[in-house]
Design a protein around this ligand. Structure first.
Ligand SMILES: [Zn+2]
Length: 177
C-alpha cells in the first residue's frame, strides 16, 4: 500500500465504533488529515470535527492510524531539534504531502482535545513516537552534537528514543530537584 493513500477497510475492526476519547492527540490529527475535512484554515463546529475524526479513524483502521500517529510524533520531535534526516523527512512528506493541511488538522485536533479530553489509558500513550527510517541516534539513544569548543562533541539524548528520561528530567526540574 502506498503511504498516504486512503484505503477502505471492510474488517470487523472498522465496524467497532470509534470512541474519540480513546484517541491520542496525534491520532486525532492523522484521522482529520485523511478525512473529508476541507483544506483551508477554518474553524468548524465540534460535532462536525467529531464526525471527521471518526471518519478518518475508520478509513485507516486503528492499527494504521496508530502507526501513522507514532511516525508523525517521532518526526515532529526530531524536526523540532533540527534532527530529521533526509530519509525521515522524505517519508514524512510522502505520508503527509499537504503540509498546511497537517498543521490545520493538528490545530483542529488540539481544539477537540481541549473540549473533550482523553481517557487516562490514552493519556499514558499520548507521547508514543516512532521513527520511520534510520534515527540519527542509530538506536543508541545518543546523538553527537558538535560544540564550538576545540575539545570536541557532546552527546544529546535522542528526543524519540530517550523520551522517558528527558520527560523525567523535566518533571524533576519542575519539582525543584
Ligand atoms: Zn533515536
Amino acid at each position: 500500500m502506498m503511504p498516504g493513500t486512503i484505503t477502505e477497510r471492510h474488517t470487523a475492526e472498522a465496524i467497532t465504533p470509534v470512541a474519540i476519547r480513546d484517541l491520542t492527540g496525534a491520532e486525532r490529527t492523522v484521522a482529520l488529515y485523511v478525512s473529508d475535512m476541507p483544506n483551508g484554515r477554518r474553524n468548524h463546529a465540534n460535532e462536525q470535527v467529531r464526525a471527521w475524526i471518526v471518519q478518518g479513524a475508520e478509513r485507516l483502521g486503528m492499527e494504521e492510524l496508530r502507526r501513522r500517529a507514532e511516525y508523525f510524533r517521532g518526526w515532529r520531535l526530531l524536526d523540532m531539534h533540527g534532527l530529521a534526516t533526509a530519509q525521515i523527512q522524505a517519508r514524512h512528506e510522502q505520508r503527509f504531502p499537504k503540509a498546511n493541511r497537517l498543521i490545520w488538522a493538528d490545530k483542529t485536533a488540539a481544539g477537540n482535545i481541549s473540549r473533550e479530553g482523553m481517557t487516562e489509558a490514552t493519556r499514558l500513550r499520548n507521547g508514543a513516537a516512532a521513527v520511520d527510517g534510520d534515527c540519527p541516534c542509530h538506536g543508541t539513544g545518543g546523538i553527537p552534537v558538535q560544540t564550538p569548543f576545540p575539545d570536541g562533541s557532546l552527546m544529546m539524548l535522542c528526543p524519540v528514543h530517550r523520551r522517558a528520561e528527558i520527560d523525567a528530567h523535566h518533571r524533576a526540574r519542575r519539582a525543584g530537584h
